[in-house]
Design a binder for this molecule. Structure first.
Ligand code: NOJ
Length: 741
């Protein structure tokens, strides 16, 4: 449709029709046989409102969606097609590793490919927009949603956000197999106080702008067509009512001109927050803040008309919001092709096709992080007796939270594939214990908790597992969190594995010390006990549909682990939030063992995390040499001036492998306190045995900018240090000066 036709359409619409475009309801309202429960039943939507509703969430399937589209267009006076939106967070039916695991690949191309595959499966199922990426910076492992983000680093988060938006949207969302992206949750949702879900966020303006906002901005710059407000308050204002944040920052500063959607029920939650008296005030605050679509509450449909008629809300605000929704529908080409890519045939053809599975496997392989290895890995491919023990040894459900379309039948458990593919060893597989106690109160969006054993059965299974472990050459312990322990509304006060699993580890360690632990989890955990009792630890996260293959091949050495942590693993929960780019204090802690009480430290635990950001081992051995800078002075007044930082990386081993070469910069002195170092670049390279490669990073003045004492984003002359190495602990420094001449 031409722009002028949209203008004309808007002009021709009644007020009720316009407001209907701003309502988003779940699919259940449109299914003939659906029974409404919970919030769906409670919000009390009328038939008239359903008939005029402009967008639908949480539904998929070409056949259903085409029918619903017909129904909606029929009930709309101007036959306006509906938008269909869905949470496709790490894959549709082909499930990719959870986002935090994807973050560990340090391979944005792979992440982009994954997003583009997810878009394809999503599009054929009739959905137009995915509620992804989640660009929230996460530094608190207690928060359940850290699995949905790509980690603790602002630079890395921005790169992945861009990659995902580009993967979903391509260069034009109208094209086949493309869907719109929705960058969320704006803003700083990853910083709830004390890690508790939906809690308030307290953050300085400087930290907000410097650390928390850049990733969302990358999404906006990459052209994301929608943004979602966050549930939290910021500066004591709920985002959904935060006019300054949405209009001044998101729209004016970042240049976002797409559709702003509230999170689920968030407009009416303004009443719970205690800043709105009732639906009327909530609607007024949200529309003024610039929220276009209200997801799953009905304050707009019940109140906007009255507010406009009474002169409390300018009609212009309504028209602008509706216009943005219509423009988005037009961008997707829905006025001409209301089903877009929905196709039952297409679903059969593309969903879970070979190419998609291969990409998911590659992504899973590169997301594995080897945390410990004394040489026990890789496992021998013949002549050993290996006992795979633990609740993930025979478990196909390696999907993690938000894999709403996942089906266990699409995936394999290690027990099903290892004996056939590595047939020259002897194997036993023992489930040994439930992932979580059978009376856990876990519940989730896609499933309820199922446990295998009652107490008596579990005791017997544990004994049997210990017996089998005693007789084995090597024990591979397959432990982890339940998928319902991570994701939304899954905050925890402690970050250890369920106790039964630790008991299993302990019992096995008494009879066999050759333990390799493989972990399936969605958040950094306190791994002290696991580290102590295992000879190798492989962090597998929730690796998705092809996860079992990836883990198996890494254990047997066909895949060389190359993932690096995108989020530090705390020593214990008392350290969180812990992140590598912390600030210098006035009383820094000295060297280990130095006695000084009055410095920034804990009495009982170290300052350093157990595994730092950027960390990860390999079966290869890499060395760094010949580090140098092309010059020691960078002239910040000349745009084109750059410094080249070079390093030679050599694979000293006989095993081919991938290394993530990481560049960190420290601004030694600034008008405000600067982080100890910041990631400014990385390159993932492949090296054959004994091969060397020279890597060059280009340093520009732009990379040195920050919010100065006057909140101006610029660089300051002075000394900078450069660290190029294997992880965020690299100590070899090179220095240069920024001058402005
Ligand atoms: C609430 C979650 O916070 C958000 O991430 C999600 O997209 C919506 N529900 C829709 O399911």
């Amino acid at each position: 449709m031409e722009k002028k036709e949209i203008v004309q359409l808007l002009d021709d619409m009644s007020m009720e029709e316009k407001i209907g475009q701003l309502l988003q309801l779940t699919g259940s309202y449109f299914m003939d046989d659906a029974v409404l429960t919970g919030p769906e039943a409670e919000i009390g939507v009328t038939d008239q409102e359903i008939a005029l509703c402009g967008s639908v969430l949480s539904i998929h399937g070409a056949s259903d969606l085409m029918k619903i589209q017909d129904k909606i267009m029929k009930s709309q006076p101007h036959h306006i097609p509906a938008l269909f939106m869905l949470d496709v967070i790490h894959g549709f039916r082909t499930v990719f590793p959870v986002p935090i695991a994807q973050g560990c690949t340090f391979n944005p191309e792979l992440v982009k490919e994954g997003a583009s595959i997810s878009a394809k499966e999503t599009a054929v199922s009739g959905v137009h927009i995915t509620f992804s990426p989640m660009s929230d910076l996460c530094r608190d492992a207690r928060w359940g949603r850290v699995m949905e983000g790509t980690g603790e680093d602002k630079y890395l988060n921005g790169i992945y956000t861009k990659a995902m938006v580009e993967g979903y949207q391509g260069d034009d969302i109208k094209k086949p197999y493309k869907v719109g992206a929705c960058v969320k949750h704006f803003a700083a949702y990853g910083l709830p106080e004390a890690g508790r879900e939906y809690n308030a966020v307290e953050v300085s303006n400087r930290t907000l702008f410097e650390d928390y906002l850049p990733a969302y901005e990358e999404g906006v710059k990459a052209g994301a067509v929608s943004v979602m407000t966050s549930f939290n308050t910021l500066d004591r204002i709920p985002s959904t009512a935060n006019c300054k944040l949405m209009r001044d920052v998101l729209r004016n500063k970042m240049g976002f001109d797409g559709v702003l959607i509230s999170d689920y029920g968030a407009v009416m939650e303004l009443v719970n927050h205690g800043i709105a008296e009732d639906a009327k005030e909530a609607a007024k605050l949200a529309i003024k803040a610039g929220v276009d679509i209200e997801m799953m509450s009905r304050s707009y449909v019940s109140e906007l008309k009255g507010l406009i008629e009474q002169g409390e809300v300018d009609q212009k605000l309504l028209d602008e919001a509706v216009m943005r929704v219509l423009i988005l529908k037009n961008k997707l080409g829905l006025f001409e092709k209301p089903y877009k890519d929905a196709s039952v045939e297409g679903e059969k053809e593309v969903i879970l096709c070979k190419e998609h599975r291969e990409a998911a496997r590659k992504c899973a392989e590169e997301s594995l992080v080897l945390l410990e290895n004394d040489g026990i890995l890789p496992l021998h491919t013949q002549g050993q007796h290996i006992a795979f023990i633990g609740p993930y040894a025979d478990n196909k459900e390696l999907f993690g939270a938000w894999a709403l379309m996942a089906d266990g039948n699409d995936a394999n458990a290690l027990s099903e594939i290892v004996p056939a593919l590595y047939p020259n060893n002897g194997y036993t597989f023992e489930h040994a214990c439930n992932i979580v106690p059978k009376d856990s109160l876990l519940s989730g969006l896609a499933s309820t908790l199922e446990t295998k054993y009652n107490d008596q059965e579990e005791a017997l299974a544990m004994d049997r597992a210990v017996e089998k472990a005693a007789a084995a050459d090597v024990v591979v312990l397959m432990l982890g969190e339940h998928r319902l322990q991570t994701g939304e509304a899954a905050a925890v006060g402690d970050i250890i594995l369920p106790k039964k699993q630790l008991e299993l580890l302990d019992k096995i360690a008494r009879v066999n010390q050759n333990i390799v632990t493989v972990l399936f989890n969605g958040r950094p955990l306190d791994l002290r006990e696991i580290k102590e009792k295992s000879k190798a630890v492989l962090e597998a996260w929730f690796p998705g549909t092809e996860g079992a293959y990836a883990v198996m091949d890494a254990l047997f050495g066909k895949v060389n682990p190359s993932g690096r942590l995108s989020m530090s693993f705390p020593y214990s929960v008392g350290q969180v939030p812990v992140h590598y780019d912390e600030f210098a204090t006035g009383r820094p802690k000295g060297e280990e063992g130095e006695q000084n009480k009055f410095c920034s430290r804990y009495e009982d635990i170290p300052n350093a995390p157990l595994y730092p950001f950027g960390y990860g081992l390999s079966y290869s051995e890499f060395s760094y040499s010949d580090r140098c800078l092309s010059k020691q002075k960078l002239n910040g007044s000349k745009n084109e001036d750059t410094i080249e930082a070079r390093v030679t990386v050599t694979n000293q081993s006989e095993v081919p492998g991938m290394e993530v070469v990481q560049l960190y910069i420290q601004d030694v002195k600034g008008s405000v306190v600067r982080p100890k170092r910041e990631l400014k670049g990385f390159k993932k390279i492949f090296l054959k045995p004994q091969e060397s490669k020279t890597i060059i990073f280009t340093i520009t003045e732009k990379m040195l900018r920050f919010y100065d004492i006057d909140m101006e984003f610029k660089s300051e002359p002075g000394e900078f240090r450069i660290y190029i190495g294997h992880d965020s602990l690299e100590t070899h420094a090179m220095a240069f000066h920024l001058v402005k001449e």
